[in-house]
Design a binder for this molecule. Sequence first.
Ligand code: ATP
Ligand code: MG
Length: 248
Amino acid sequence: MESKNQPMLQAIDLSKRYEDGHLALDNLNLTVETGQVYAMLGGNGAGKTTAINLFLNFIEPTTGQAVVDGIVTHEEPLKAKERIAYVSENVMLYPNFTALQNVDFFVKLGGKTKYTKEDYRKVLLRVGLQEEAHDRRLKGFSKGMRQKCGIAIAILKDAKAILLDEPTSGLDPKAAFEFIHLLNTLREEGKAILMSTHDIFRAKEVADIVGIMNLGKLVMQRTKDELVGEDLEKLYVEFMAGYMDEVA
Ligand SMILES: Nc1ncnc2c1ncn2[C@@H]1O[C@H](COP(=O)(O)OP(=O)(O)OP(=O)(O)O)[C@@H](O)[C@H]1O
Ligand SMILES: [Mg+2]
């Protein structure tokens, strides 16, 4: 069922207890609408990657649902995955293929067969991978260059929702700056974007909604308007500290 007012991404009472008993995600509720960027902040081990992996059905929820465009991911994982493009922190591509060959391979694997080499080159340039690198093998690439290839593949998948796990972690300051601009244009194209990041400054700059996670719980959520004039770094520290006091 698709309706206009339905959020593109929605976590409903979503929890994950791993096999060893660790409760990594505790009753997460969040929504990302079409044309919104949601940034998840939080310390190491807060549950951000777990949340993203649940949307991708890499792991099964213990309770609750991750819903993509009205589809419950653990009920119809293939249908849900068609609607999502994903870039992990460590993009897994073929080291012996060139950038262009990797893009061609993974985009076709994702079911898109109509693109030309020129389309690939355009998107690679759009994500900031310089022309001379397009025909080079990936094994000589830096982490940031590999990440740009991953982002290009995600864009070419042309999915309604984009999940990004620490997308700027491998990018130099110029590339990170350009990445924010790229997110803005993707938002304008009507994507729903859920990202995890440790970059508080960029989160405040780009996100329509910022959430702070701690110990598996969403402990703060603010819209861009609510954050005007606020020092997000200070809020972050306060919320982390406040929450630690509560559980202590
Ligand atoms: N496969 C697993 N089995 C057991 N515990 C896990 C597993 N994967 C993650 N965890 C635990 O779940 C918690 C949340 O981990 P997660 O990777 O979601 O955190 P994160 O917020 O992405 O952290 P980071 O900022 O370091 O990437 C951590 O305590 C982690 O040790
Ligand atoms: Mg993580």
